[in-house]
Design a protein. Structure first.
Length: 327
């Protein structure tokens, strides 16, 4: 019977999450019973979409939820063997017992790092892939703007647009991230929104307007993009980071949707599960070919998981924020 440490939310954050909103709790986890497996989580995902659940959705004084990759360490289930790797939604804990519900076996790509299954070849990569190709209806050679373009989702969306021979503008919040987007990713224009007004910067960077705006931010970014949308443009809305801590995000020119006949649609990954096979084939090849670049910020230990989430909301990550729980 192993001991497992897990992260609990013990009070609702007011504004930006703080360390005192969380607690690290140790508990005993039972051995696997008949029809069950005992999983040790190896890697845990930290994502901006976790922030709204801290306000509503995540129960207090219970283990927090999040994407994770684990290894079977005990099995009394016929479909799982010790050593199998599984993806799950039971992050923020070191061990757990499952009857297989919510587990997906993972066959790692032998020539790619295991961590890519947590971002580019995992959930965030799939979100970007379906978001820009299916929801955004991206076409070859279009004009594209991506906010938080150095993030785990935004960087993949921006690079898919480049692979499709589009003109791509990205926004980010630091010089280091902007330099990576220019030098490594090869975007056509990069905006540091903390150094220049986003409205003027977007206007200067999009002389031919915008056909697709991949929105991770909302607020002033969405407002700036709406001013530049071409007729019949598309805005797949992946996130609203500008409003996650405050609970609201103001946009004053939504009427532009009417006059430019713009499609604005929120989405989740389950909207395009039919694309999963195409995504896995394309992304694995792009990674092998070096056409898909990525960054990772990895914190070690479950004791640093809450701090990783706090740091993510402050923009301290480069690319995907992960917590390594075990080797």
């Amino acid at each position: 019977m192993p001991k497992s440490r897990e992260v609990h939310l013990i009070q609702r954050p007011t504004g930006e999450p703080k360390p005192e909103d969380f607690a690290l709790v140790e508990r005993d986890v039972p051995d696997a019973a008949d029809g069950q497996v005992l999983i040790q989580n190896l890697l845990m995902s930290v994502d901006p979409a976790m922030r709204p659940r801290l306000t509503a959705g995540q129960a207090l004084n219970e283990t927090m939820m999040g994407g994770a990759l684990g290894r079977v360490v005990q099995s009394k289930h016929p479909d799982f063997a010790v050593g199998d790797l599984v993806s799950n939604r039971l992050g923020f804990r070191e061990y757990f017992v499952s009857d297989e519900k919510g587990l997906s076996k993972l066959t790692p790509q032998p020539d790619l790092p295991l961590t890519v299954h947590m971002h580019a070849l995992g959930g965030t990569g799939f979100t970007a892939y379906g978001g820009i190709l299916h929801i955004g209806q991206l076409k070859e050679g279009e004009q594209v703007f991506v906010s938080t373009a150095a993030g785990a989702v935004g960087s993949v969306a921006a690079q898919i647009a480049k692979i499709k021979n589009c003109y791509v503008v990205g926004s980010t919040g630091s010089d280091d991230k902007a330099q990576w987007l220019k030098d490594e990713v090869g975007l056509d224009a990069v905006i540091n929104y903390k150094k220049e007004p986003i409205r003027k910067a977007v206007e200067a960077a999009t002389p031919k307007g915008i056909d697709v705006y991949f929105d991770n931010v909302g607020g002033e970014h969405l407002e700036a993009a709406l001013r530049r949308m071409n007729t019949l443009g598309r805005i797949p809305v992946c996130g609203f980071i500008s409003g996650y801590n405050s609970g609201h995000s103001t946009v004053s020119n939504l009427s532009n949707i009417i006059y430019s006949r713009v499609m604005l649609r929120g989405f989740v990954a389950t909207d395009f599960m039919h694309m999963r096979g195409d995504f896995e084939r394309d992304m694995a090849q792009w990674l092998r070919d070096g056409r898909m670049k990525y960054q990772e910020t990895v914190r070690d230990g479950i004791e640093n998981a809450a701090g990783a989430l706090i740091g993510l909301m402050r923009g301290e990550n480069a690319g995907k924020m992960l917590v390594r729980l075990a080797e």
